[in-house]
Ligand binder design. Structure first.
Ligand code: CP
Length: 314
């Protein structure tokens, strides 16, 4: 297995082989997560700093669980309890943490580009856990993993990415990742929630008509409206948005019989996704995505940090 990356910041730096290596490794970690003792000594002696300067439920908790299950030591750091509120710069903060001889920084920040800056000044492995409206590569990997498990393959699948494309870091990584793996991608959004250059993301088709797009899709990936990232509403009201762009019980009838539904979370129920679809026993793989978050983050930490194989195949 050749895997020569130090950082996971930009998914476009990863080839289809690199991504497949991560997905296969994540699948191997499934058996660790299904044991009574869910722990291997793979990263014993490694220290990982989880620097979350923006709120998170799924990403933060699954990184912490992944680190614990690999026996790494975790330091959870960030937000208003740090000396940044006293004016300490990002670079000084990172250099301070690196003085402890840490091995990896997992970072979420409201500013795009912060993970790359940390990689430039720290010398340790950096994993982007979501930066501004830019990228969220481990989210894309767990999405690919969940779709791969559900469908058995990725190449040739037609995936629709629906909703707030303009403010979404999820699609900043997901759409390029789907293209790297050979999927056909249709972006569906109101014109006011499309970026100025939607072609930059690499989607094959762009439309504002959800009802026309749905019957063609194997996977429907619904995005949350990122209300925290803009002022004023780029749609008349949330009810109107739900009528035009929500995945509702009514629209279930437009889907292929085996189409599945994804969402990165957190869900705005009744806005982009009705509870009927979010909790649909056959279509929704949203909680599978959450579980895949642990597997993929274990895989990424293991591959980036070059831990031992002890206990993985036992
Ligand atoms: N999908 C995602 O990034 O969720 P959190 O904000 O809860 O981490």
């Amino acid at each position: 297995m050749a895997f020569n990356h130090k950082h996971l910041i930009d998914i476009t730096e990863y080839s289809a082989d690199d991504i497949m290596t991560i997905l296969e490794t994540a699948k191997n970690f499934k058996q660790v997560n299904e044991r009574r003792i869910k722990k291997v000594p793979t990263l014993k002696g490694f220290t990982v700093v989880n620097m979350f300067n923006e709120p998170s439920t799924r990403t933060r908790s699954s990184f912490e669980i992944a680190e614990k299950r690999l026996s790494a030591d975790s330091l959870n750091f960030g937000g208003s309890s740090t000396a940044t509120v006293k004016g300490e710069s990002l670079v000084d903060t990172v250099k301070t943490l690196c003085s402890y001889k840490i091995d990896c920084i997992v970072v979420r920040d409201r500013w795009a580009g912060v993970p790359r800056k940390i990689a430039d000044v720290s010398g340790v492995s950096v994993i982007d856990a979501g930066d501004g409206k830019h990228q969220h590569p481990t989210q894309a990997l767990l999405d690919l993993y969940s779709i791969w498990e559900e469908k058995g393959d990725l190449a040739g699948l037609h995936v629709g990415v629906v909703g707030d494309i303009a403010h979404s870091r999820v699609c900043g990584s997901l759409i390029p990742a789907l293209k790297i793996m050979g999927c056909e991608v249709t972006v569906v959004a109101p014109p006011t929630l499309l970026p100025a250059r939607p072609d930059i993301l690499g989607a094959d088709h762009v439309t504002s008509n959800l009802d026309e797009a749905l019957p063609e899709l194997d996977v429907v990936y619904m995005l949350r409206i990122q209300r925290e990232r803009f002022e004023g509403a780029p749609y008349p009201n949330l009810r109107e948005y739900n009528l035009l762009y929500g995945l509702t019980e009514q629209r279930d009838k437009l889907l292929k019989p085996d189409a599945c539904v994804c969402h990165p979370g957190p869900i705005n129920r009744g806005v982009e996704l009705d509870s009927f679809m979010a909790d649909h026993p056959k279509r929704s793989i949203i909680l599978d995505q959450v579980y895949a978050g642990v597997l993929v983050r274990m895989a990424a930490l293991y591959l980036l940090l070059g831990g031992s194989n002890d206990g993985i195949d036992a």
